[in-house]
Structure formats: structure tokens, C-alpha cells
Design a protein around this ligand. Sequence first.
Ligand SMILES: Cc1cc2nc3c(=O)[nH]c(=O)nc-3n(C[C@H](O)[C@H](O)[C@H](O)COP(=O)(O)OP(=O)(O)OC[C@H]3O[C@@H](n4cnc5c(N)ncnc54)[C@H](O)[C@@H]3O)c2cc1C
Length: 481
Amino acid sequence: MTDIIIIGAGVLGCAIARELSFHQVSVTVLEKECDVAAATTGRNSAVVHAGFNNKTGSLMAKVCVEGNRMMEQLCRELDVPFKKTGKVLVAFDEEDIEILKRMIAQGEANGCEGLRLIPEEAVRELVPGVGGIGGMLSPNTGIIDPFRYCIALAENAAENGACFRFEEEVTAIRKKEEGFTVATCKGEYDCRVLINAAGLHADTVSAMAGVDAYHIYPCRGEYFILDKLADAMLPMPVYPAPKAGIGGLGVHLTPTVHGNILIGPSAEYIDEKENYDCTAEITDKLWREAVALMPALERKHIIGQYSGIRAKQAPASEGGYRDFVIREEPACPGLINLIGTESPGLTGSVPIARMVRDIAAVIIPLERKKEVNASHRFPPRFAELPEEEQERLIAEDPEYGEIICRCQRVTKREIRQAIENPLGARSLSAVKYRAWAMTGRCSGGYCLNRIADMLVREYGVAPAQITWRGSGSEMFSGEVK
Ligand SMILES: Cc1cc2nc3c(=O)[nH]c(=O)nc-3n(C[C@H](O)[C@H](O)[C@H](O)COP(=O)(O)OP(=O)(O)OC[C@H]3O[C@@H](n4cnc5c(N)ncnc54)[C@H](O)[C@@H]3O)c2cc1C
């Protein structure tokens, strides 16, 4: 019997696991994919929002403002890249200026600080090359590495005793007199408290437990990834003034903490919850809108595409947002549901996790452990170290002297550390997001085979068992040289 089961190892499941792992309860996280951050958490804009965009009085506004305030310190504790870049919203006409004035009023009511209208020249000074007639500055917006953030939350939870089980899709839930039996594709688990953090599938999981009250409408957002141009072209995220009812924040330009630029996302309701296609029709439109925002962009800068899917409670006919639902279900005591966890779920992850912890504490006693380690450290990134430190590391371990990923200058030692990660995730994508290999201009053309070779020769993995993202994404078949 586990005290608490969490379904889903996205940023919310992992943040909740970490909060609960600070207490004297046993916590198991069941995740259907082969690693953390495999769904929406790894497929977003990676912006730490300030909280002006959310309706005053909503849970979204509350957790966003709180999450924004704590993120810098939290990322320091968890060794996660974060930059408080600020953000500009651009107005293209007088109607947009009025929208921005309303944004500022809403933001101030939500507790955001420093929001202000800025004239056209100030917009251009902050982000040269952007069009428009003026804008709004949000000084407290930031950017983060969402993979590292989620991995750090999970590893820190594991360091404090939480257990992660991957490739364990929850297929059925039986309510017992006290607690639940949760069936997965691999076995059955009993628990007293069940936390549903299944993101896009939270409605289905809730229905498995007998609460058939929700419907998630998947709304896809497609993106372009551009080369490392952010330092030269885009010091902070640039958004258009948000028009009402579009169900997203509009196509925006966002620098990443790694120096790339993201264009997107679009907002398109789709039928399937896991259709991550990028379509020519949408990406062409995306490109036109991005160039309207920043005319200096050129197609040759594009190095990749991806998409993420919003877990919307509002159907297409309604558009816009419905507030998060985070509660113990009155009709199913012991079940804590997180429904409709779209943006700003990344920003608000730790405030949400603390809220869930407090709900759980009413169901099950949560006594804080005497010894808790709330900080986390990753192995160093060789390419970011000063030269003397690099030389010292190479002298200590020659694997630091062997570059496996040329685009991002990732060494063999770092690949090994990624393969030997504490959560035991062994796919190529697990290595990618931990070592940041295979993320450069060649998208793994040079290093992917070298990493696969390490897995085969040094870790005894058969070529046919090497996957990109768990079973169903096998990389090799037949005889492999
Ligand atoms: C296009 C886009 C842009 C966004 N931009 C931002 C942004 O800039 N800033 C921000 O704050 N937020 C942003 N968000 C929102 C943010 O990404 C989400 O709020 C957050 O990632 C939600 O995390 P989660 O843990 O609820 O969901 P997920 O990350 O989807 O995790 C849910 C997990 O549950 C697992 N699961 C599902 N069903 C089962 C089952 N039956 N058994 C076991 N496991 C299961 C899934 O595999 C998945 O790993 C954006 C979202 C999108 C789509």
C-alpha cells in the first residue's frame, strides 16, 4: 500500500511529488511515457508569465503571480536555467492600446508589479526590429528550461523518497471503502489518496474513478525553432496585444534560455489528444504573423518545428479560458483532480503543488520530515565552464575531452551522466533533454549514432531496444552495423 499515488509525471505531477516527499508519506508517481515532461510540459513556450493575462480572482491568476514571484529563487535551488528577461506586448492600432490598458489594470488587480505602456521608440529600443505603434512592458516575465525544471523537481522528489514508475499507463481505478486500487498495464497498486495530474487525459482518468464530469478539448499550438539568434535579435519575449477569445496568447516570439528563438504557438482545436503534427497550412500562417511582428526574420533561420497541446476545458465554440479545477472530488473522497491545466500551469506549478499538498493534508496526516533536502544539483555543463575548469575536468576524466555533440559541445562524460540519470530513463530523448545533445542545427545528425553506440557497447542495450521516446519509437530494426 502506497499512501499517495500521483498519475502523470508532467510538471504538476513532479512538483506535487516533490512537495509531498518532504513529508512522512509514501508517494508513487505512475507515468505512461518513458520519462518526465513527455507531454505538455515539454511542449510549450517556456515563459514564466507575470500573471496580467488571467482573470482577476481566478486560480490561474493567483498561482501565476505566486509562481512568478518564487521562480528565480526556486530555479537557483534546483539548478535550473532561468532568466528574468521582461516581455513586451506590441500594439498595432489604437484598439490594441486600449486592450493593453485593460491588461495593465487587470495585472495590477492581480498583484503584478511594474506593468506600463511604452511608446513606439521604447519598444524598438528594447527589441530592435519589432513593428507596431507602441506597447506594454512587463518587467517580471521570465524564461526557463521546462525540461530541466521538471527533471529537477522529479529528481529532488526522488532524492526525498518519491518513487517514479515509467511506462505504466493507468488503465482502471477501483474505489474501495478506504482508498483506491489503481490498475496499470503492468500491475495493481493500492493507495489512500489518488492525485490525478494526467494533463490532457485528466478527464478520462477522473471518469475511471467514477467522476465523469469533465471534458478536455485538445487545442494544438505549433511552433518553429530558430537558430541561436536570441542574443542578437530578441532579448525578451515579444507578443502581440491579445485579441479576445483566441484561446491562446497569440503568435509570439520567445527567446529560449539556450539562445534559440521560438515562433508560435498557433491555436487550433483538434480531435486527437496526442496528435503532435506540424502542418504546412498552420506553419505558413505562423510565419506570416511572426514576420508581421518582426520583419527581420528570415526562413533560413528555421532549424526545427514542434507542437504542444492545450488541455482546454473551454470548447471551440466558447474559446478563451476556463479556470483550473483543483479539488478533492466530493463525489469521490480521496480523489484530488487537476483539470484543465493549460497555461500558466508551468509558471504556477509549485503554488499548485502546495495547494494540492494542503488538500491532501486534510485527507491523510502530513507530518514534515525532520531532514529534507529541497535543493538539487545537476552535473556541470562543460561548455559553460571557464577554460581553467574545463582543463581541470579533462585532466581528472579524459571523457570530458571527447566531444560527442558538436553543435552544443557536449562531452562524452556528460552523455554518460545523462544515461545514468537518477530516474533511470534510458531513451535517446532522456539523454537529449538532460545533456542537451541532439538539439543543435544538425538535430542529432552527428551525435545520435554515437550516443546509440555508447548505449549498445557500454550499457549492453540491444540496438532493437534503443528508442527515441519509449516503446513504439524504436530507432533500429534488422541487422545494425
Ligand atoms: C502551446 C502551449 C504553450 C504553453 N506555454 C506556457 C508558458 O509559456 N508558460 C506556462 O506557464 N505554461 C505554458 N503552457 C502550459 C503548461 O505547459 C502546462 O500548464 C503544464 O505543462 C501542464 O502540466 P501537467 O503536468 O498538467 O501536464 P503534462 O505535462 O501533459 O503531464 C501529464 C502527464 O500525465 C501522463 N498521463 C496521462 N494519462 C495517463 C495515464 N492514464 N496513466 C499514466 N500517465 C498518464 C502523460 O503522459 C503526461 O506525462 C503552455 C501549454 C501549451 C500547450
